[in-house]
Design a protein around this ligand. Structure first.
Ligand code: PGA
Length: 271
């Protein structure tokens, strides 16, 4: 089955409204025909409304995503963001269980004390709860999985990735499972400049697809599996050329229009 590549930019805690507006305006100005590549940006919550309005006003095909979500309703949950708040801004996607939300960092800065680190409290159970709330909503989840360097060194990559995938998808509506995007993001490759080599990234992305096939084979065929972790213009084509890698979740290189656009063009070449 042909799967349309999906390149999503995860801006993390970067970009004020003016900065994000400038970046997205530059992306919109790129007039290349990139079909069938799907492109998305995931700004911080504070910029979602402005960026969503800009994309709508310009009639852009670039999709909007949130970086996390808490619940579907309203309530006394200070600091939390709901699904209607995201859809109201124009979001179509939401990232769930990014390793940084799970408190698993590629590099941990000194100031991130254990008590601050505990604020990043996602785990397999919360990721599954969030996914079960998102699935019946208009949003599609981009669910992140991946091993730390210690887990890789002890030979636990496959069991960790498999168990994260199974836990995240547990009990979800099988008829919509193919719409889920899974992102393989080895934690040691995030923001470190270290990329997983393309053969190994392909192997783990295939493992992810095989794990989904154990739940539902047609969902596994339809599902896009992204690779994320130091994706850059100079390694994108090789990674995206792998048969089970259907796109990229891009952090640092999504913050500059020229590097993000170059990754999108690499996806077009391999589509
Ligand atoms: P990076 O981040 O491209 O800066 O490594 C990727 C991600 O965390 O999604």
């Amino acid at each position: 089955m042909a799967r349309n590549p999906f390149i999503a930019g995860n801006w993390k805690m970067n970009m004020t409204v003016p900065e994000g507006t400038e970046l997205v305006s530059a992306l919109i100005a790129e007039k290349d025909d990139i079909s069938p590549v799907e492109v998305g940006v995931c700004p911080p919550f504070t910029a979602l409304h402005a960026i969503g309005s800009l994309l709508k006003e310009k009639g852009s095909a670039i999709k909007l995503g949130g970086q996390d979500v808490f619940g579907d309703g309203t309530g006394a949950f200070t600091g939390m963001i709901s699904i209607p708040m995201l859809t109201d801004c124009g979001c179509e996607y939401v990232i769930l269980g990014h390793s940084e939300r799970r408190g698993r960092f590629g590099t941990t800065p000194d100031w991130l004390t254990p008590s601050l680190q505990a604020l990043f409290a996602d785990n397999d159970e919360t990721v599954n709860l969030k996914a079960s709330i998102v699935m019946p909503s208009p949003l599609k989840p981009i669910i992140c999985v991946g091993e730390t360097i210690d887990e890789r060194k002890t030979g636990d990559t496959d069991s960790i990735v498999r168990s994260q995938v199974e836990a995240a998808l547990k009990g979800l509506d099988k008829s919509k499972l193919g719409e889920v995007v899974l992102a393989y993001e080895p934690v040691w490759a995030i923001g470190t400049g270290e990329t997983c080599d393309s053969a190994e990234a392909q192997r783990v992305c295939k493992l992810i697809r095989d794990t989904v096939a154990g739940i539902d084979s047609s969902a596994a065929e339809a599902m896009r599996v992204q690779y994320g972790g130091s994706v850059k213009p100079d390694n994108a084509e090789e990674l995206l050329g792998q048969p089970d890698i259907d796109g990229a979740l891009v952090g640092g290189a999504s913050l500059k229009a020229d590097s993000f656009a170059a990754i999108v063009r690499a996806a077009k070449k391999t589509a």
